[in-house]
Design a protein around this ligand. Structure first.
Ligand code: GAP
Length: 511
């Protein structure tokens, strides 16, 4: 069922011009995608909402746009050359390659699902008097599952920290984790694989130096932190935000735009006084969750996942997970990165990266709390959550994408009822009153019902229909995508109504 839903999302994304496989006529390029005419608009709107919420709504956050190529020492200092690795394992029968951590996490997720099943059964049995926490802490079977999960994760974290890859393989064997394709346990050893793409700068091979395509946008912020702080006269705490491409040679690239080799990140580094980072970490966890919830997607689709195994730069980290069609997965990371990056860049560049705190009268290297969200994953979250097949009262069905109106690619479709009698000309007049403020679509082809359905499926929140009465009294029909309700209003009221329904500023005031 979930599989069907996901396939539906992928085919709908193509059919309605949201996402195409990159280089499709050459049979595509694995885990690389292009955004089509509707996709590019939706993506830009998501960016605008994030940028506005971060930069426009916070006096102490500014935005930059740094280059993708950075000095190669950047990646030595940041730890990416030595530690940005995935532990990989191959199944000898299916010849499929997996990330060992993902195999283990999927295995743990199956045990979690068993817990959910027990909880569901008990909730039914006990009715209103059911107390989940008490049940989970006393039911022997569930307690056993929890202990098993803890033991697996503790061992995994310990082996990874000790770089004991032989034990990671042993754990996979001990847990009898099978290849999802061949069903066998005929595994190779676990190996580390660096995820950065390298390329050459310079025209002659001898003189060329190896550059990396940045695997995260954050380092562009770290390297510019003092430039921004000084030229912007920023006082701690302050943030620097950035939206941009990142590249990772993902070995197990799958699940459509969830895991890509070229993707976009929206990151913000918040520079704070040492010792205050945990407060800010909690604050940003809550602020970012509030941003997600402001989209109107049901809150049950989000959860926090606190990391047990921390990245080489973090002293605390959590994911905001979203319920994608293939289960709860990471959508955004919030990381307390300490002073690791700036200290490393101080050491490798031999330049001071200290901040003078006028209140304390002392210099220090700031601590950093980071929020990092994948733009493409956010896109997928919105797309998969909004695509619905509705059963209508007359027994028919309709496909509708109830994308939040302020994010929708087109805000209004203007539809002359007929292609004659001066209705197209009147419709063009209506378009001209709206197009300076909004993306507006004109459509005169096919019967009106079919045109409504086409707009529903593309996520257009408002349709405006021009008919013969419009010519007589300058009124028009507005049809709402979500309720299919139709109202008749004077043409003079249209601009205000559209502005109110799709306003980004109204959305900001909810944050
Ligand atoms: N600067 C910190 C950082 O890059 P991360 O957890 O590796 O942290 C942050 O990545 C976010 O970037 C993730 O939460 C995810 O949304 C997105 N992301 C990471 N790898 C991705 C990929 N291969 N494809 C699409 N999005 C990805």
């Amino acid at each position: 069922m979930a599989d069907d839903q996901f396939k539906n999302v992928i085919s709908h994304a193509k059919e309605y011009g949201f996402i195409f496989q990159s280089s499709e006529i050459y049979d595509g390029l694995s885990a690389i995608y292009d955004y089509g005419q509707n996709g590019a608009l939706l993506k830009n709107n998501i960016k605008a909402y994030w940028w506005g919420a971060m930069v426009q709504m916070h006096e102490n956050i500014v935005g930059i746009d740094s280059a993708i190529f950075m000095h190669p020492t950047t990646w030595k200092a940041s730890g990416h050359v030595d530690a940005f690795n995935d532990p990989l394992i191959d199944n000898k029968d299916s010849k499929k390659r997996y990330r060992a951590d993902v195999l283990i996490e999927d295995h743990v997720e199956k045990i979690r699902q068993k817990i959910e099943k027990e909880v569901g059964k008990a909730a039914k049995r006990f009715g209103d008097s059911f107390e989940r926490a008490q049940f989970e802490s006393t039911n022997p079977r569930v307690v056993g599952y929890h202990e098993k999960i803890r033991a697996i994760m503790d061992r995994f974290v310990k082996s990874m920290e000790a770089e004991d890859l032989a034990d990671v393989k042993q754990l996979i064997e001990d847990e009898q984790i099978k290849c999802p394709v061949s069903g066998s346990m005929n595994w190779t050893d676990v190996r580390q694989f660096n995820l950065m793409f390298g390329t050459q700068m310079g025209s002659v091979a001898e003189g060329a130096s190896t550059l990396y395509l940045r695997p995260e946008t954050a380092q562009g912020i770290f390297l510019n932190y003092l430039n921004v702080q000084k030229t912007g006269r920023m006082k701690i705490p302050f943030g620097i935000a950035q939206i941009g491409k990142a590249f990772r040679n993902e070995i197990v690239a799958r699940q459509f735009i969830f895991r890509m080799r070229e993707f976009e990140q929206m990151e913000m580094q918040f520079f704070v006084r040492p010792g205050t980072e945990m407060e800010w970490y909690e604050t940003w966890k809550q602020k970012r969750l509030a941003w997600h919830k402001s989209l109107g997607i049901d809150a049950s689709n989000y959860r926090f996942h606190d990391h047990e195994k921390l990245a080489h730069y973090a002293n605390a980290a959590a994911d905001i997970e979203f319920k994608f069609p293939f289960g709860f997965k990471e959508l955004e990371g919030i990381h307390s990165r300490t002073d690791f990056d700036l200290k490393q860049h101080e050491e490798f560049s031999s330049k001071k990266l200290q901040y003078f705190d006028p209140e304390l009268g002392e210099n220090y290297v700031p601590y950093v709390v980071e929020t990092s969200i994948g733009l493409d994953r956010m896109f997928l979250a919105i797309l998969s959550n909004s695509l619905q097949t509705e059963q209508l009262e007359d027994g028919s069905t309709r496909t509708v994408m109830n994308i939040p109106a302020f994010l929708a690619p087109y805000k209004v479709a203007v539809l002359p009822l007929l292609k004659k009698d001066g209705l197209p000309e009147k419709a063009r007049e209506v378009m001209n009153t709206l197009k300076f403020d909004h993306m507006v679509k004109y459509d005169e082809k096919d019967a009106i019902g079919k045109r409504y359905r086409r707009q529903d499926a593309a996520g257009t929140p408002l349709c405006v229909t021009i008919d013969h009465q419009t010519l007589e009294d300058n009124t028009l029909t507005v049809r709402y995508r979500d309720t299919m309700e139709q109202i008749r209003i004077p043409m003079t009221e249209l601009s205000a109504l559209v502005a109110q329904k799709v306003s980004l500023s109204a959305q900001f005031s909810k944050l």
